[in-house]
Design a protein around this ligand. Structure first.
Ligand code: ZN
Length: 268
């Protein structure tokens, strides 16, 4: 957005970076929210990451270079970097050869942010699990509608083939990959991102503390059925088989963790 860039250029550099100063300079722009200089710098860093096609693990320029580039004080730059670090978009690597590197775009980072809001409104694990069942079912339905049938077949066929499950010792690990692949096939990155967040929170909060081995046979079998439904392009069957599958997992979670289910979602 060139408008934002112009606004930032007009801001008093390294004044106390007050939101008042920012809004006074933005009179012609629609007021959105109070924005600090460090927020603008964070936006610029993200734009530069995208413009330079930087990938996960790539280094950002060293601090002196960034200070020159963004023309802000060290404390403002560090605040901007901290904003991005909290979102999981960059990571600091200590030691020689270290520095700031580009993080991974992960649904779990968004999930972590969401749990803060969910905790504040008092949402429960029960609601999370219900949302998880619906979100995964909708994702399967979208994947079945993907017009690129060749891609659908290529990515789903391995899960249908029976031999694969027995060859793989970590069929449950593969299970996470399966749900990510279905989301990829949903063919809408906005919806895929949103619909994957309940699952990401469930994985972080519940699944990691479970003995997943108990579920392995069911998971492999269910995934084969879902993959076949998605390949056939049958939206209703895709929705229902996924619904049945995730509901089965959820029942297991509820039995394993009965006292937690009525509780508020924690922020972590
Ligand atoms: Zn699964």
């Amino acid at each position: 957005m060139p408008q934002t860039r112009t606004v930032r250029a007009r801001l008093p550099r390294d004044s106390a970076a007050t939101s008042e100063g920012a809004s006074a300079n933005r009179r012609s722009a629609a007021p959105r929210r109070s924005t600090k200089v460090s927020d603008y710098v964070a936006l610029d860093i993200v734009r530069d990451i995208v413009a330079r096609h930087l990938q996960h693990g790539d280094k950002l320029p060293p601090e002196p270079e960034m200070l020159r580039q963004y023309q802000v004080s060290r404390s403002t730059l560090r605040e901007a970097l901290r904003v991005l670090e909290v979102q999981g978009l960059i990571r600091s690597r200590p030691g020689p050869g270290g520095g700031t590197v580009v993080g991974k775009v992960e649904v779990s980072s968004l999930g972590r942010t969401l749990t803060l809001h969910m905790h504040l409104v008092g949402a429960t694990y029960d609601e999370l699990l219900s949302g998880y069942v619906l979100a995964e079912s909708m994702t399967a339905e979208l994947a079945a509608q993907n017009p690129d049938r060749a891609l659908v077949k290529r990515l789903m066929q391995p899960y249908v083939e029976e031999g694969r499950a027995t060859l793989h010792r970590h069929a449950v690990e593969e299970g996470f990959e399966f749900h990510g692949t279905v989301a990829l096939l949903a063919n809408n990155r906005v919806l895929a991102f949103i619909l994957q967040t309940p699952g990401a929170i469930v994985n972080d909060h519940i699944v990691n503390s479970l003995n997943r081995k108990l579920l392995e046979d069911h998971i492999v079998h269910d995934h084969a059925r879902i993959a076949a439904a998605i390949i056939s392009g049958n939206t209703k069957k895709s929705y229902l088989t996924m619904h049945e599958h995730v509901e089965r997992l959820v029942e297991h979670f509820r039995a394993y963790w009965p006292q937690k289910v009525g509780e508020k979602i924690e922020w972590r």
